[in-house]
Design a protein around this ligand. Sequence first.
Ligand SMILES: *[C@@H]1O[C@H](CO)[C@@H](O)[C@H](O)[C@H]1NC(C)=O
Ligand SMILES: *[C@@H]1O[C@H](CO)[C@@H](O)[C@H](O)[C@H]1NC(C)=O
Length: 427
Amino acid sequence: MPSWSSSSSALTAPNLRLRTLRIWSSKDYAIAAFIFLILFSLLLFSHLDSRYDSQPHHSKLVPLTLLRNANQTRALCLDGSAPGYHFQSGFGSGSRNWLIHIEGGGWCNSIPSCYQRKFTHLGSSDHMEKLIPFSGILSSDPAQNPDFFNWNKVKIRYCDGASFAGHPESERGSGLFFRGQVIWEAIMDELLSTGLSNAKQALLSGCSAGGLATLIHCDSFRQVLPKEATVKCLADAGFFLDEKDISGNSTMRSFYHDVAQLQGLAKSLHKDCIAKMEPSKCLFPSEIAKNIKTPLFLVHPAYDFWQIRNILVPQGSDPDGHWQRCRLDIRSCNANMIDKLDSYRGSLLKAVNEFQQRKEIGMFIDSCFVHCQTEMEVTWHSPNSPKINDKTIAESVGDWYFDREAVKRIDCSSFSCNPTCHNMDFT
Ligand SMILES: *[C@@H]1O[C@H](CO)[C@@H](O)[C@H](O)[C@H]1NC(C)=O
Ligand SMILES: *[C@@H]1O[C@H](CO)[C@@H](O)[C@H](O)[C@H]1NC(C)=O
């Protein structure tokens, strides 16, 4: 007979209940309430914690670090504030590897346009976001960033207006600080003293104007790192072409002429180039890349919307506004316009073709209407990222960086031929 149905156990039950009533005095209720509160808050915190952990790592925000001793080193943003960068420590097998990424954001080519920048995050750390997410090539999530997720990662903020290549001698009482080169050197010094000087592997990268800065500083970056370290450079959407606009004007060349002149960029450009031609021509990537000795990778869209909107069809070149919709959304371009875009693509391919023979140079030229593809998960590495030969940009850069194979990936030859493209729509 099972003991639970015995009469003796039925009899003891009221006794138990009585004992319980006796034990729970008011003091005991207070203790119980206290224990309940502790358990409740533990539960609440573990819940919040798991919510935090379940977010992908890339969405964790990384704080801005202002450069120490900015005044002493004279490294200052356009407005005289201290420059800054965001840093996230490497871990595991990546703890001695470094990825440095330079922010982009165009250039200023005159005193008034640089003056305007002072009041934005591109000219002053007073206006920079204090916390930013690290995604794409900066992500710590191996699913999103398979080769570099556990490296030390730095995003250098852009606040000098001239791709980190300006010189103070050009300030000439303008009330603006032209310190790009000084900022570059001061940030390198600070990073070297925080562990970069022990790097085993390093990759200098940047997007747009930051891609141009990457090209300008690639070899000097190589020089400050240990001889035995593997050091390479990656320019994303930084291959600006010296092409005429649709009205026949050399808008970009004269723009670069003004930028180079205003901030004295010649001193930061390769002396062999400067000896042969004017500084503004030496600011174009096809000239810079010729002199780069460090292995280099170019990520570039064949229909780079920034170049279409600022080099091929700048505002003034289209007074009747025929290109207005096409500039915003390539799907709205007519056949005649697509012809012009295709011939621009042809110029890009001709320029990068010079590097076909150099096996240390890698490239990924997709036929997409986009600009800067390494900083976003959706274009860098995700199930629906742009692919060439079934490889994402992240996989292509990894194949090249780790010498898994030579990478010269050039996409199919027309706009809309690659269904994996993420084409922008600004309408
Ligand atoms: C540099 O020094 C000047 C004068 O002491 C001060 O006003 C300014 O805030 C300092 N700037 C930075 C970036 O520390
Ligand atoms: C072409 O450039 C010249 C000289 O800079 C300028 O005066 C002219 O307005 C430009 N034309 C167009 C259509 O932008």
